[in-house]
Design a protein. Structure first.
Length: 137
């Protein structure tokens, strides 16, 4: 299993909307960055992803699971980009802010900090555990 972080603007698609999508999940589409699209292509069924609210909030608010591996993104007229389907797993009681992530030296290597515009990125196992623990404090 691999771990990922996926960004969404909460006024476009929020963790609450993801939760309402239920067990059938919802497509994670609209990604138009080649590196982020490559990350979508590398996702496997069962992989877990942090759900990050970007622009408004700038915080990790929960976890989703990949339930369908990459397929052509129906919102992309060019046919070059892909989507995956994810389902809601949980919402954090305490979100993990970008500020708190930046303040943790053990997380300074993350693409979330180094490539702030990247919307889909890998998260290593150690960082996954650290961030999960931060959501419980």
């Amino acid at each position: 299993m691999q771990y990922w972080l996926m960004k969404s603007e909460p006024d476009v698609w929020s963790i609450e909307q993801q939760k309402k999508a239920g067990t059938k999940g919802a497509p994670w589409d609209g990604v138009r960055n080649y590196q982020a699209a490559k990350n979508l292509k590398n996702m496997k069924k069962g992989d877990l992803c942090f759900f990050y609210h970007s622009n408004i909030g700038k915080e990790i608010v929960g976890i989703v699971e990949v339930i369908k591996e990459h397929y052509l993104d129906k919102t992309d007229k060019s046919g070059r980009f892909v989507a995956v389907t994810v389902k809601f797993i949980k919402k954090f009681q305490k979100s993990v802010t970008l500020k708190n992530i930046k303040n943790n030296k053990k997380l300074s290597h993350l693409a979330l900090i180094k490539q702030s515009r990247l919307s889909v990125m890998a998260i290593d196992t150690k960082s996954w555990k650290i961030i999960n623990n931060m959501s419980k404090i």
